[in-house]
Design a protein around this ligand. Structure first.
Ligand SMILES: Cc1cc2nc3c(=O)[nH]c(=O)nc-3n(C[C@H](O)[C@H](O)[C@H](O)COP(=O)(O)OP(=O)(O)OC[C@H]3O[C@@H](n4cnc5c(N)ncnc54)[C@H](O)[C@@H]3O)c2cc1C
Length: 357
């Protein structure tokens, strides 16, 4: 049985008069959108702040055209773009409010208490917002790593995300990179009839063996231990000089060599980080700062849309429970208190035993 009732809200509600938001969510990727739906369905006023001009996160910005095949319920797959649009529409219907082109700068503590909750001040590059709970869902990947040797050309033929090209028939595509994103890009270009060369810096691929096998079976040429040493325009195409001494002519170059990490933002937020610089969370997805949760790629080992959704939903429900039950009855605090009490009793018993010896 569900623990809530979805109530039709009046969509003419003026959110401008709210003294504070119940929940502010940072990032409109899969994790943030799923969290926002969940809190709004439970009647919590919910604001999502997104640095880009559109919702969707990585599926929208990095692989809008890719057919995603591992989302339960979509046996024929669904593109990143369509999936993002569907979840966004669902959030809008639930009266989630969005602010685009706004980047989170800081989350500050305040002295203002609202029903047991010390309010947080969420500072963006444009405004500040007061919130009872904050959910960080801004992903781990910020900007794609660039290749200076190609950047100096300032060419329209160089892409750092999968380009929206429907048919590459007769075109030569060079993919730079050895991970899953690079291999996915190679498969997509091959499926769209391109001649594909994959340049890998190391001796082996870091991506899935089965995707590499698909690239090779579909006619892709893989160059191991090879990098671009120089590049220049050759008519409408690019001439790429490689470290093995050969030259590749390429109409399109897709570079997928990883991302710069979001470590700087995380450090600014003053939350405890794991050794790999991701955000540390407890089993309730709460960070080292009370009332600040973190979900999706920002902390997890498993970076998948369905996992980001699931975590967003769980954090939203824990935030809801904290908001709707008194502090001292709240499930998490009770559990923590119980563990502390039991721990206390065990250490006292151990002390007594030592004294008796
Ligand atoms: C090439 C590629 C292919 C993939 N294919 C699949 C697949 O087939 N199936 C699958 O399940 N998963 C796939 N993934 C992984 C999946 O996309 C991620 O696990 C998922 O997007 C994580 O969701 P998220 O909401 O945590 O983060 P993100 O999707 O990264 O969303 C975070 C959002 O926060 C915003 N943001 C960042 N910083 C700030 C800030 N300071 N202020 C405000 N907003 C901010 C970002 O602009 C972004 O919109 C793929 C990933 C890549 C790179």
């Amino acid at each position: 049985m569900s623990d809530f009732k979805i109530t039709e809200l009046d969509d003419a509600v003026d959110f401008g008069h709210l003294p504070y938001w119940d929940v502010v969510i940072i990032g409109a990727g899969p994790a943030g959108l799923a969290a926002s739906l969940t809190t709004a369905h439970r009647g919590l006023t919910t604001l999502v702040i997104e640095a880009k001009d559109k919702p969707g996160g990585q599926p929208q910005f990095l692989y809008a055209d890719k057919r995603i095949v591992d989302i339960p319920g979509f046996p024929d797959g669904i593109t990143g773009e369509e999936l993002s649009a569907r979840v966004y529409r669902q959030a809008l219907n639930a009266l989630v409010q969005f602010r685009f082109d706004e980047e989170l700068i800081d989350i500050q503590d305040t002295d203002q208490i609202e029903k047991d909750d010390p309010l947080k001040r969420v500072v963006t590059a444009r405004q500040t917002y007061l919130a009872r709970k904050v959910i960080i869902a801004c992903g781990l990947l910020h900007y794609p790593r660039q290749l200076p040797v190609l950047d100096q050309l300032n060419s329209k033929n160089v892409f750092y995300k999968m380009p929206k090209i429907g048919d590459y028939r007769g075109q030569h595509v060079t993919v730079v990179g050895a991970g899953d994103s690079a291999l996915d890009a190679a498969v997509m270009a091959l499926e769209r009839h391109a001649h594909v060369d994959v340049l890998m810096r190391g001796a082996t691929a870091a991506g899935k063996a089965e995707t590499l096998a698909r690239v090779i079976q579909s006619g892709g040429v893989v160059h191991n231990s090879t990098e671009i040493s120089a590049a220049e325009f050759a008519g409408d195409a690019l001439a790429l000089r490689l470290t093995d001494g050969t030259t590749l002519h390429s109409d399109v170059v897709i570079v997928q060599i990883g991302f710069l990490s979001a470590k700087e933002t995380f450090e600014r937020l003053n939350v405890r980080l794991n050794d790999d610089s991701s955000i540390a969370v407890d089993p309730y997805f709460e960070t080292s700062r009370r009332g600040v949760f973190a979900v999706g790629d920002v902390h997890g080992d498993i970076k998948l849309i369905a996992v980001a959704w699931a975590e967003g939903i769980q954090a939203a429900i824990y935030a809801f429970k904290e908001i709707t039950s008194p502090y001292w009855l709240n499930e998490k605090r009770l559990r923590d208190q119980k563990i502390a009490l039991i721990g206390d009793k065990i250490s006292q018993a151990a002390l007594r035993q030592t004294r008796q010896k």
